[in-house]
Ligand binder design. Structure first.
Ligand code: TYM
Length: 334
C-alpha cells in the first residue's frame, strides 16, 4: 500500500530503557537512516513498552528525551521522518488491546524474547506486560500501513507475528491491514556482548557494562572495551560465528560501520595479530561515537524535542486514527 506521496511506509521503534548501545545503532537505527529517503518514514519511542516492568518515572522521562536526541544524532532527519512518542498516539493502546484478543496464548508463549525475559522474573511472578508485549508491537506496525520494519534479529519473530495476526484479522473481518515485511540486515543483526560473545549485547549488561558499547560511552572507555574484548586462540582474523564468535562479532562491527566485506578484512589482517585488528575496530568505533556524541549534545534540548514530538504526534495520529477507525468498522464496533 502506498500513500499520498506514492511511497511505501517504513517504521521502527526503540524502547527508552537505558542508554542506547552500538547494537541498537548497527542492528536497527543505521538501517532505518540509510533508507529514510526512499520511504514515508516513521520512528517512535516505544515508551509504553518500557513500562512492561516497573520503572522509576524520573529516569524513564529522561531516557525518553535522551532517546529522541540520540535518534537525531544518529542521522534521523525530522524533515524526512515523522518522530513521535508511542504513548502520545492513543490509537496504539486501543489497537494493541484489540490485537491481544486476536492472539492465542500459545502464540505469545512461543515468543523467544518472552521465554528469555520471563526466566529473569521468577521471584515475584512474570509481568503480564512481558507476555502481551508483542501484540502492542503488532499494533505499532499495523496502524501506519507499514511495508517494511527494520529491526535486529531478536525482534524478527515479533514482526512475523504481526503478519500472522494481520492476515487472521483480514480473513475474519475483511481486508483491513497491510502485511509488513521485516528487514533484518545480513550484517550486524545481532551484535554480541564483547565479554561473552555467546550472548546478545544488551542495554543492561550484568558484567559491569564491560561487554557493551554504549553510544554515550567515554571514548577512552569504549576503546578499552574493544581492546579487551574476548577472542580465541586461533590467531586468525576469520569469520566463523561458531568457532570464533568473538572475532566474528568484531568483524561484523567493523564491516557494518565501514561497509568493508568480511573477505577484504580477512585479507588485510592475514598474518597480523589480534592486537592490530582490535586497534582498527576500536578506531572506527571511536570515530563513530565521537561523531554521534558531538551531534547528541546539540540536540539534547528539552524545548526543541518537545516541539518535535508535538508535531510528530499530530502527523502520526492522522494515519493511526484512520487505520483504527477502519478496524473498528470491520469489527462492527463503529
Ligand atoms: P529494543 O529497544 O530492544 O531495541 C531496538 C532495536 O535495536 C535492535 N537491537 C539489536 N540489533 C543488533 N544487535 C543487538 N545487540 C541489538 N540489540 C537491540 C532491536 O532488534 C531493535 O530493532 N520491541 C522493540 C521496540 C518496538 C518496535 C515496535 C520495533 C516496539 N514496537 C515496532 C519495531 C516496530 C524493542 O524492544 O527494541
Amino acid at each position: 500500500m502506498k500513500n499520498e506521496n506514492n511511497k511505501k511506509v517504513m517504521l521502527t521503534g526503540v524502547r527508552p530503557s537505558g542508554n542506547l548501545t552500538i547494537g541498537n545503532y548497527l542492528g536497527a537505527i543505521k538501517n532505518f537512516v540509510e533508507r529514510q529517503d526512499s520511504y514515508e518514514s516513521y520512528i517512535f519511542i516505544a515508551d509504553l513498552h518500557a513500562i512492561t516492568s516497573p520503572r522509576n518515572p524520573a529516569d524513564l522521562k529522561k531516557s525518553i528525551y535522551d532517546c529522541i536526541a540520540m535518534y537525531l544524532a544518529c542521522g534521523v532527519d525530522p524533515n524526512k521522518t515523522i518522530i513521535f512518542k508511542q504513548s502520545a498516539v492513543l490509537e496504539h493502546g486501543t489497537l494493541g488491546f484489540i490485537m491481544t484478543f486476536q492472539t492465542k496464548m500459545g502464540e505469545l508463549s512461543r515468543m523467544t524474547q518472552f521465554k528469555l525475559k520471563s526466566q529473569q522474573q521468577t521471584k515475584e511472578g512474570v509481568d503480564t506486560g512481558l507476555f502481551v508485549y508483542p501484540t502492542l508491537m503488532v499494533a505499532d506496525i499495523l496502524l501506519y500501513n507499514t511495508s517494511i520494519v527494520p529491526v535486529g534479529k531478536d525482534q524478527q519473530q515479533h514482526v512475523e507475528l504481526t503478519r500472522d495476526l494481520a492476515e487472521r484479522f483480514n480473513k475474519r473481518y475483511g481486508q483491513t491491514f497491510l502485511l509488513p515485511d521485516v528487514y533484518v540486515a545480513p550484517i550486524g543483526n545481532k551484535i554480541l556482548n564483547l565479554q561473552n560473545p555467546n550472548e546478545k549485547m544488551n542495554k543492561s549488561d550484568s558484567g559491569n557494562n564491560k561487554g557493551t558499547i554504549f553510544l554515550l560511552d567515554d571514548i577512552a572507555v569504549a576503546r578499552k572495551k574493544i581492546m579487551s574484548a574476548k577472542t580465541d586462540n586461533f590467531n586468525s582474523v576469520h569469520f566463523d560465528e561458531e568457532r570464533q564468535p568473538g572475532i566474528s562479532n568484531l568483524m561484523s562491527i567493523l564491516a557494518k560501520i565501514t561497509g568493508e566485506s568480511f573477505q577484504s578484512i580477512e585479507q588485510r589482517f592475514k598474518n597480523r595479530g589480534y592486537g592490530e585488528f582490535k586497534k582498527e575496530v576500536a578506531n572506527e568505533v571511536c570515530k563513530l561515537l565521537e561523531e554521534i556524541q558531538s551531534k547528541y549534545k546539540k540536540f539534547n534540548n528539552q524545548e526543541f524535542l518537545d516541539n518535535l514530538l508535538f508535531e510528530g504526534a499530530i502527523q502520526a495520529q492522522k494515519t493511526a486514527s484512520t487505520t483504527l477507525s477502519k478496524s473498528l468498522t470491520a469489527l462492527g464496533l463503529k
